[in-house]
Every structure is written in structure tokens, then in C-alpha cells.
Design a protein around this ligand. Structure first.
Ligand code: SF4
Ligand code: SF4
Length: 95
């Protein structure tokens, strides 16, 4: 015999009521490292945009425009993949 509750007794969990609602959560708050973009060193290859798991690289007319810090979690993938990482993207500690 088990004392586990049935589905009618357990509390209701998280409900996702609408699609695409992640835009409302500023996951950049989680960040401990921050990517810094140096415009002058950027060749606009967009590798950072391709690899960013949070879609936090801003693009306009096919060119890198900067980083959306509201949603960047500081994973560092963009800096790792940037072919010009010495000049265009590097990670620093979040202040
Ligand atoms: S640090 Fe991570 S989340 Fe932030 S812009 Fe780079 S790849 Fe995207
Ligand atoms: S990967 Fe580096 S060089 Fe390419 S667009 Fe991003 S910052 Fe610029």
C-alpha cells in the first residue's frame, strides 16, 4: 500500500497560459559574466547570433548591433564562437 497522493490531491504546478511569454522574463538577472562587444573589431559574420541560445544578439539589416542584456544569461558562447574574439567580444565579471 502506498501513501502517494493522487492527481486530484497534489497542488497545481506551473501553467504556461500563452506561447512566447519568455520575452516577459528578464533572464539577464541570472548573469554573473557579461559579454562586451567592441564594434570596431566586429566583421558582422553573425556567428554570435547563430550560436546564442537566448537570441540576445541584436541584428539590424544583417549587421550586429549589440547585446540585449535583458535576456543575455552570460553563458559566453558568443565570445567563444566569435572568430575575432580578441577584438569583438570578450567576457567580464558582472558588476
Ligand atoms: S553570453 Fe550567451 S546569452 Fe549572452 S549574448 Fe552571448 S551567447 Fe547569448
Ligand atoms: S561573431 Fe564576432 S565578428 Fe562576428 S558578428 Fe559577432 S561580434 Fe562580430
Amino acid at each position: 500500500m502506498t501513501n502517494l497522493k493522487g492527481y486530484k490531491e497534489i497542488p497545481i504546478g506551473g501553467i504556461i497560459a500563452e506561447a512566447g511569454n519568455s520575452i516577459k522574463y528578464k533572464t539577464g538577472d541570472w548573469r554573473s559574466l557579461k559579454p562586451i562587444w567592441t564594434k570596431e573589431g566586429c566583421v558582422h559574420c553573425l556567428m554570435c547570433w547563430v550560436f546564442c541560445p537566448d537570441n540576445a544578439i541584436s541584428i539590424e539589416d544583417g549587421k550586429m548591433m549589440g547585446i540585449n542584456y535583458d535576456h543575455c544569461k552570460g553563458c559566453g558562447i558568443c565570445a567563444r564562437e566569435c572568430p575575432r574574439k580578441e577584438k569583438a567580444l570578450h567576457m567580464v565579471k558582472e558588476s
